[in-house]
Design a protein around this ligand. Structure first.
Ligand code: PLP
Length: 398
């Protein structure tokens, strides 16, 4: 609920719909602009590159302002949101916003691989040291904080291994020590995990996934507490970041139906995860709503539901057999990304991606993004493929 007592569905339907942006139409138009014209030189000089003010195309138009404002309204306690051309760009800008040479960053060991890459290359070159930590460290993070620690980055659950973090616990420790917390909240979105309300300072989304929801847009967002808005604004301007109006419009359209889509993604994914957990070829299912998932207790305490991305570990077999299994699936596309209306299956090989903790596994793993198809059809598809695992004696897709 927001301060008016409205629920999330109501907020999703109304957020960001300022009459001066929409006119008499329900949605804002796609305002494409580089040049903004003024009547006089005095007006041109007076225009400031502020959020929601016409000045120059990079500063946005009502299309992108409406999406940014809607995302802020979905995150109780937030001050403002800025948009980026991808989720990866949003992660990079958020980190550059809080760090400077000589700082140490505590980065969760289960982070999305390109986030790690940023830390190990560009941030390192600019004099920032990254220390990776166990996603399940909880309040034990206090022992890792040193003189130079400036920020803690969380991703909960991790998008390959799905450990759920004690976000409120970690953020409470950080706050006491004056350390900024950032979270990649793409899996849950603010609908299932209102990150700022749960203690984070900065909430990052790859809107490419569930916000867009239709696998046709690349976009990212950074939402911050009120005291960080100025700093965010300055960073966006310094980096020259902006998001195209067509992409913002698509994401805004997706956002309106986020709640019903997430409900369906979540229900189908949980049903499929529970079914998979009972199959003899499956060693383990990594789904935050199942007790077998590390950190499941935090999911039960802090989340308002689960989305549609999870993984399962096969019993025995090898990567070639796992890859054949994926290729034999009829209703699952093979491709990166997730959160779209269509189901995807990809190989998941997290072992080489960790440095602070060891990831052990009984066999190769598959990551599933459960779409909006009928769960019965998806289960039947998985059943056909699993029946022949690991022999590979399967009919390959046409
Ligand atoms: C957890 C997570 N964060 C961030 C990103 C980056 O988003 P984008 O692909 O829009 O750059 C991804 C993309 O897969 C992701 O899975």
């Amino acid at each position: 609920m927001n301060e008016k007592g409205e629920g999330k569905g109501t907020r999703l339907a109304t957020a960001g719909r300022r009459p001066e942006w929409t006119g008499p139409i329900v949605n804002p138009a796609v305002w494409r602009a580089s040049t903004v014209l003024f009547e006089t030189v005095a007006e041109l000089k007076a225009a400031k590159p502020e959020f929601a003010q016409f000045q120059y195309g990079r500063n946005g138009t009502p299309t992108s302002w409406a999406l940014a404002e809607a995302l802020t309204e979905m995150e109780p306690g937030a001050g403002s949101t800025r948009l980026f051309p991808s989720g990866a760009a949003a992660v990079a800008a958020a980190l550059l916003m809080v760090l400077e040479a000589g700082d140490e960053l505590l980065m969760v060991d289960s982070a999305y691989a390109p986030t790690r890459m940023l830390c190990d290359t560009l941030l390192k070159r600019y004099g920032v040291t990254t220390r990776y930590y166990d996603p399940l460290v909880g309040e034990g993070i206090a022992e890792l904080i040193g003189e130079r620690t400036r920020a803690i980055f969380l991703e909960s659950p991790g998008s390959l291994t799905f450990e759920v973090q004690d976000v409120p616990g970690i953020c409470a420790v950080a706050r006491k020590r004056g350390i900024v917390t950032l979270i990649d909240n793409t899996w849950a979105t603010p609908l299932l995990f209102p990150a700022i309300e749960r203690g984070c300072d900065i909430s990052i989304l790859a809107c490419t996934k569930y916000i867009g929801g239709h696998s046709d847009v690349m976009l990212g967002s950074v939402t911050v507490r009120p005291e960080l808005v100025k700093r965010l604004d300055q960073t966006v301007k310094a980096l020259g970041q902006t998001a195209g109006p067509d992409d913002a419009w698509l994401a805004l359209r997706g956002l309106r139906t986020l709640q019903v889509r997430l409900q369906r993604h979540g229900e189908s994914a949980l049903r499929i995860a529970q079914w998979l957990a009972e199959q003899p070829q499956v060693a383990r299912v990594l789904h935050p709503a199942l007790p077998s998932c590390p950190g499941h207790e935090y999911w039960g305490r802090d989340f308002d539901g689960a989305s549609g991305l999870f993984a399962f570990v096969l019993k025995g077999g090898d990567e070639a057999a796992r890859d054949r299994l994926i290729e034999s699936l009829e209703h699952f596309g093979i491709g990166w990304s997730w959160g779209g209306f269509e189901s995807l299956a990809t190989p998941s090989d997290p072992i080489g991606l960790r440095t602070a903790t060891r990831w052990t596994t009984e066999g190769p793993a598959v990551r599933l993004s459960i779409g909006l198809e009928d769960a019965d059809d998806l289960i039947a598809d998985l059943e056909r493929a699993l029946a022949r695992y690991p022999s590979g004696d399967v009919e390959q897709r046409a």
